[in-house]
Design a protein around this ligand. Structure first.
Ligand code: AMP
Ligand code: ZN
Ligand code: FE
Ligand code: FE
Length: 297
């Protein structure tokens, strides 16, 4: 029995709705899933409302665009996953709204840069392809560039124009990673370091970084991920044991925006065991018990 705890829906930059994700997950025989959209709870909330009756386990989720910690000099975002968060936590919702606003304020600036580079495209066309302005970001602009024949693939759009440091790149607000983790904890959830094999440079002192992040509230690490080879997977699993972290895993499925990645199996060989879901659910239940007990004291 396998699971997939890293899935994007139409609420951010995935191309399937939460309901379509749920049907596909059932067809694939996945035992548990989480929708972890960028900086929004809307898709995850819908999944949890609908999954209860359908015999598939679901845990609430989000992927927060954080600023990297000082130990981690970085290109771009530091993604922090949050599992088991309460949807109605007001500070978390406020910060997510600020991050969404930062994304939507950036989009016209990116379009302007692309126009200056000679590409004829506008925001309305991107929104039309994306099914609206909500959650619209670089992946949708990349898709528009492909649609118009300016690039051959979404990857090419990022590699040449939209990626960090490229001519169409515009920076945006990111929440400090310590604050992202504190908010996830406050909302009853567990913060997890997303795709460390992608986020972290190879030469980085992983144990030092994880010690720092654990002190800030980190509770887990995404060990299983399509881009992680066997050596990385073993390295991150070892680090999880040493630092007392939960292990999670998922495909980072985005539907047709990342056609090479399939739900559940990633690029073909991913297999995230159900026991990881059980450990995560037990840790969340223990947290809730603890919170309830301290409320009684
Ligand atoms: P944005 O929210 O506008 O900053 O877009 C971020 C999202 O773009 C990421 O979470 C990925 O889904 C996607 N992305 C970032 N870099 C790349 C890349 N090099 N190739 C393809 N997709 C990317
Ligand atoms: Zn994405
Ligand atoms: Fe990510
Ligand atoms: Fe993701």
């Amino acid at each position: 029995m396998n699971i997939d705890l890293h899935i994007h829906s139409t609420a951010s930059d995935g191309t399937l709705t939460p309901l379509e994700i749920l049907s596909l997950a059932r067809r694939l025989g996945l035992a548990a899933i989480a929708i972890t959209d960028h900086d929004t709870l809307a898709g995850s909330r819908e999944l949890l409302e609908r999954s209860a009756r359908l015999g598939i386990k679901a845990v609430s989720g989000v992927e927060i665009s954080a600023a990297p910690p000082s130990l981690c000099p970085q290109r771009g975002s530091f993604h922090v996953l949050g599992y088991g968060i309460a949807f109605d936590h007001s500070r978390l919702n406020q910060i997510l709204e600020r991050l969404q606003n930062a994304r939507s304020e950036r989009n016209p600036k990116i379009i302007q840069r692309l126009n200056d580079l000679g590409f004829a495209l506008d925001l309305a066309e991107a929104a039309e392809l994306a099914g609206g302005l909500d959650g619209l970001g670089r992946p949708h602009i990349a898709r528009l560039m492909k649609h118009k024949g300016y690039v051959a693939s979404i990857d090419e759009a990022f590699d040449r124009y939209l990626g960090h440091g490229k001519p169409g790149y515009v920076d945006k607000f990111r929440v400090p990673c310590q604050e992202a983790m504190r908010l996830i904890r406050d909302a009853g959830g567990i913060p997890v370091l997303a795709h460390p094999g992608v986020t972290l440079d190879d030469g980085l002192d992983l144990d030092r970084l994880l010690a720092d992040l654990v002190a800030m509230g980190l509770g887990g690490i995404e060990v299983y991920y399509p881009d992680h080879d066997a050596v990385q997977t073993a390295r991150f699993a070892g680090a999880a044991r040493r630092h007392g972290l939960l292990m999670t895993g998922g495909s980072d499925f985005h539907g047709s925006l990342k056609p090479e990645i399939q739900m559940g199996v990633g690029s073909g060989t991913l297999a995230v065991p159900y026991t990881l879901y059980e450990a995560l659910a037990a840790a969340l239940a223990a947290r809730r018990g603890h919170v309830a007990a301290s409320a009684r004291e």
